[in-house]
Design a protein around this ligand. Structure first.
Ligand code: GYE
Length: 316
């Protein structure tokens, strides 16, 4: 009898524990997401992936649109810390200037996942991990494609992304490093179009005015700027993809379509669909499991040899 009571007692204790554990599991996770803004189609796809995956998993996502300003993003992270969210995801618009606010998150024991673009910090413990693409590799792939396919063309204009962003810094550096191995190729001008379609168009108009027919190749740090440049080139009475070679990065659906249409010659992929990977990683961090320090997506080159076969499957 006594042993039966004991058994019942421990069963009840076990059931209580189980109940408490499942209640804790059932509590929806609250994640604060500080996004850069909505500068490009890539960014919109990235935001949609984060929002739709949160909804699928019952995660309470607090979304803050930084509207292209670091100070807005810093304010958003600070608010998430005050609200005591379970985790913070930060897509940093620029590389530097994050240490104070990351320190605030660390002090509050809120893990921060850096997404998409890297931050520069002397203290690696200020964030849990990085998830994104290898921008240096993307820039190198773009330059390699040009070196292989430029023929007798050599004069390049570069449309840079947002100044100070990891995406622009690394895509620029890698491209320059690759060109150094091919002395025939030269960048004759380089300016920022801020990753925006309107920026790409404006800068390309100015380049065409200044350099005219000297321009033989356009290297754009993203598809949106390349699509803007295409408008400027067509308005100048020239044929994009033929009179001027165009290479860009992202491989959004519209970019790949432009490759199919022969207006862009090559796009290097940069996958923005991070939602599932980000929330899987946050779940691991919350469970105390180890996560990779830096994890990169695998990106490919799309040109006239494979664009038609791939266009149907583009998810962004
Ligand atoms: O290439 C561009 C976006 O950081 C990888 O930001 C991202 C870049 C992407 O605005 O389209």
């Amino acid at each position: 009898m006594a042993s039966l009571l004991k058994k019942l007692g421990s069963f009840a204790a076990g059931a209580t524990l189980l109940f408490a554990a499942s209640a804790a599991l059932a509590k929806p996770l609250t994640v604060g997401f500080a996004q850069t803004g909505a500068e490009s189609a890539w960014r919109t796809a990235n935001t949609n992936s984060m929002k739709s995956e949160a909804e699928k998993r019952g995660i309470n996502l607090k979304f803050a649109d930084g509207q292209g300003k670091q100070e807005n993003q810093i304010r958003a992270v600070r608010t998430f810390v005050t609200q005591g969210v379970d985790a913070i995801v930060l897509a940093p618009i620029v590389e530097t200037g994050w240490e104070p606010v990351l320190r605030e998150a660390k002090r509050a024991k809120i893990p921060v996942v850096i997404m998409d673009r890297k931050v520069q910090t002397s203290d690696e413990s200020l964030y849990a991990c990085f998830i994104g693409s290898d921008f240096y590799k993307e820039g190198a792939m773009a330059a390699e494609w040009i070196a292989k396919n430029a023929g007798s063309r050599s004069k390049i204009v570069e449309l840079q992304g947002t100044p100070g962003s990891a995406a622009a810094n690394e895509r620029r550096k890698a491209f320059a490093d690759e060109l150094a191995k091919n002395p025939a190729l030269k960048i004759i001008d380089s300016q920022s179009g801020d990753f925006r379609r309107s920026g790409g168009k404006e800068v390309m108009e100015a380049f065409l005015k200044k350099h005219g027919k000297d321009i033989e190749i356009v290297y754009a740090h993203n598809d949106d700027m390349a699509l803007g440049a295409i408008q400027a080139i067509e308005e100048a009475g020239l044929k994009p993809g033929k009179d001027i070679l165009i290479v860009s990065i992202d491989a959004i659906k519209e970019g790949v379509q432009a490759v199919v249409d022969g207006k862009i010659n090559a796009v290097v992929e940069c996958n923005p669909l991070f939602g599932p990977k980000i929330y899987d990683t946050i779940a691991k961090i919350k469970a105390g499991e180890p996560v990779e320090r830096s994890s990169y997506n695998v990106d490919i080159v799309i040109d006239s040899t494979n664009a038609a076969a791939l266009i149907g499957q583009r998810q962004y």
